[in-house]
Ligand binder design. Sequence first.
Ligand SMILES: NC(=O)c1ccc[n+]([C@@H]2O[C@H](COP(=O)([O-])OP(=O)(O)OC[C@H]3O[C@@H](n4cnc5c(N)ncnc54)[C@H](O)[C@@H]3O)[C@@H](O)[C@H]2O)c1
Ligand SMILES: O=C(O)[C@H]1O[C@H](OP(=O)(O)OP(=O)(O)OC[C@H]2O[C@@H](n3ccc(=O)[nH]c3=O)[C@H](O)[C@@H]2O)[C@H](O)[C@@H](O)[C@@H]1O
Length: 386
Amino acid sequence: MATRMDLDGRPVKPMTICMIGAGGFIGSHLCEKLMAETPHKVLALDVYSDKIKHLLEPDSLPWAGRIVFHRLNIKHDSRLEGLIKMADLTINLAAICTPADYNTRPLDTIYSNFIDALPVVKYCSENNKRLIHFSTCEVYGKTIGSFLPKDSPLRKDPAYYVLKEDTSPCIFGSIEKQRWSYACAKQLIERLIYAEGAENGLDFTIVRPFNWIGPRMDFIPGIDGPSEGVPRVLACFSNNLLRREPLKLVDGGESQRTFVYIKDAIEAVLLMIENPDRANGHIFNVGNPNNEVTVRQLAEMMTKVYAKVSGEPSLESPTIDVSSKEFYGEGYDDSDKRIPDMTIINRQLGWNPKTTLWDLLESTLTYQHRTYAEAIRKSMVKPIAS
Ligand SMILES: NC(=O)c1ccc[n+]([C@@H]2O[C@H](COP(=O)([O-])OP(=O)(O)OC[C@H]3O[C@@H](n4cnc5c(N)ncnc54)[C@H](O)[C@@H]3O)[C@@H](O)[C@H]2O)c1
Ligand SMILES: O=C(O)[C@H]1O[C@H](OP(=O)(O)OP(=O)(O)OC[C@H]2O[C@@H](n3ccc(=O)[nH]c3=O)[C@H](O)[C@@H]2O)[C@H](O)[C@@H](O)[C@@H]1O
């Protein structure tokens, strides 16, 4: 493997990375990238390993020995500090991060996103280890523009909706709107990490992902996750398409999101890993401002793309409206619009997303169809026991 160079033309020394939550959606793509394209070693920590199984076995894989899986729960495992000490860099991805949990399991959500992350920050700070912590675009909450009258011309002014790391406020709903338990816990851990940097010299980078999507995201209910489980929108809509059911639009599907392809986003994370001088002390938005749609438009596009990749015609009524109370329960609320400002990541790391929404949906839904269509077909024709 040729020596890797950083953005300032210096060789990158091979490093050991302690990746917590390595068995999840983002972790699996990051591990894949690190194994295929770099000489770095990964200590992969998680309670699950299914999504990285293809990287761990067999022993004949070209990167065998460079990735080692440690099955552990960071809530209560004394091995954590030792593993952080063995590494040059810790990346913390572990979290409960599905909106269906924020208002129904607020305690687990707050513990997972704040309390459980505390020892990780502490061990990094005490042992002078660099930390890349995964936060969320949800820390911005609602846009300032959402509080303006519906017909106000200011709603069209980017100053009222573009989200900037160093100037935008964090605007959450009332305490009864438990949806914000996640965003609030993530905000507090960001503030704690920032304070560790300011007072104790912790080298940190905070990542705020804006709806990264792609293969291996979440689960398909009843196939590789609980039948009653509610994953994030990509998996919800994939599940509906695979089962030929209408896609459910929560509260009219008017909320807007910008979606970025996981493979583009992982490039940004690799730049952070290999350019500490440019990444330390920064908070980075990572998203694709050019891929904005309403959830309704997302549903329409996914329906078209799925018909193309599966060869099956779309339903006559491809969507159905559902209230948020019915879908998520009491205490749900929503972010209205999420456009990331890209100035800081552009200036520090020269990163830009490349993949259009259509293209990323085409490769993702091709994967969903290949991975799940047969299993769903079988599950739907199971004979009833007599
Ligand atoms: N996917 C996105 O677009 C997105 C957007 C915003 C923020 N994030 C943040 O990025 C991180 C990773 O997200 P993801 O989409 O890969 O989610 P994910 O749920 O697929 O991955 C999280 C992983 O952490 C593991 N984990 C959770 N608690 C643990 C514990 N106590 N001990 C050990 N392992 C534990 C889970 O088993 C899971 O494999 C999260 O912090 C999330 O809040 C992701
Ligand atoms: O991915 C992100 O950047 C962040 O945002 C997500 O939050 P959100 O975008 O609200 O979650 P999704 O489940 O992806 O929902 C997107 C939108 O689709 C809607 N939706 C979801 C599912 C569905 O079946 N139908 C539907 O209309 C939701 O109400 C919401 O408006 C999650 O909080 C985290 O994964 C993460 O922190």
